[in-house]
Design a protein around this ligand. Structure first.
Ligand code: TYD
Length: 215
């Protein structure tokens, strides 16, 4: 089962993923956490080009590099883990490309972005996407003292468009669960494990009802 986390920089994604890891350890669930861009040797090299290169990057180059990093990660790590029935938690996935490159950067029209997303994800789609929603103003206040990477230096208007992109996806996609990221981290965590628990219960019922009767 693939679960993804999305939201703008400063939304508290990393904190929530850490809390979820601790929870999954206590219930002894088999899981892996991977991040985008990154998670494989090739994808980590692309990440460093994308986030730490100080040169002027063309928006289409940026779009293609995020997609290239994704393709490698999905083929090399995510598909094999899903085939072993593991829970895979991805810190960002193709919704980041839609929101950041599609709406934020306007690197290409949305149809082209969706086509590229399908190609780079090898048809893998999340079962659940937690969207930690926060305003760009609040995110900027939270991150004002931290060192910013190339994407984080994109400015408030860019992040307003990114939030607009996520909000559109949340309206369209049933797998999107929007969470008010201004709440207390522990309250958000309880909400997240409640939603994952509901899903596992539902899946348990589905697989039980699918079993062929024994002869
Ligand atoms: P992030 O998860 O924020 O890393 P960190 O917590 O270490 O800063 O991701 C890196 C940045 O890359 C973030 O600003 C979002 C951006 N990004 C895109 O613009 N498009 C994409 O497709 C992905 C996966 C990330």
């Amino acid at each position: 089962m693939l679960i993804t986390f999305e939201g703008i920089d400063g939304c508290g994604k990393s904190t929530q993923i850490d809390l979820l890891k601790k929870y999954l350890d206590t219930v002894k669930a088999g899981y892996s956490v991977l991040r985008e861009p990154g998670g494989t040797e090739i994808s980590e090299k692309i990440r460093s080009l994308l986030l730490h290169d100080s040169g002027d990057m063309d928006p289409v180059t940026e779009l293609l590099l995020f997609s290239a990093a994704r393709s490698q990660l999905i083929r090399e790590k995510v598909i094999p883990l899903l085939n072993e029935n593991k829970i895979v938690i991805l810190d960002r996935f193709f919704d980041s490309t839609t929101a950041y490159q599609g709406y934020g950067r306007k690197s290409a029209d949305l149809e082209s972005i969706f086509t590229l997303n399908r190609m780079a994800s090898h048809q893998v789609t999340p079962r659940l996407t937690f969207y930690l929603r926060i305003t760009p103003e609040m995110a900027a206040r939270r991150t004002q003292n931290s060192q910013k990477d190339r994407m984080e230096r994109s400015g408030i208007d860019f992040f307003k468009r990114v939030v607009e992109g996520y909000d559109e996806l949340a309206k369209k996609e049933d797998r999107f669960l929007t969470i008010d990221a201004t709440n207390h981290p522990q309250a958000i965590h309880r909400q997240i494990i409640g939603l994952i628990g509901d899903l596992q219960q539902y899946q348990g019922q589905v697989s039980a009802s699918k079993k062929e009767p024994e002869e």
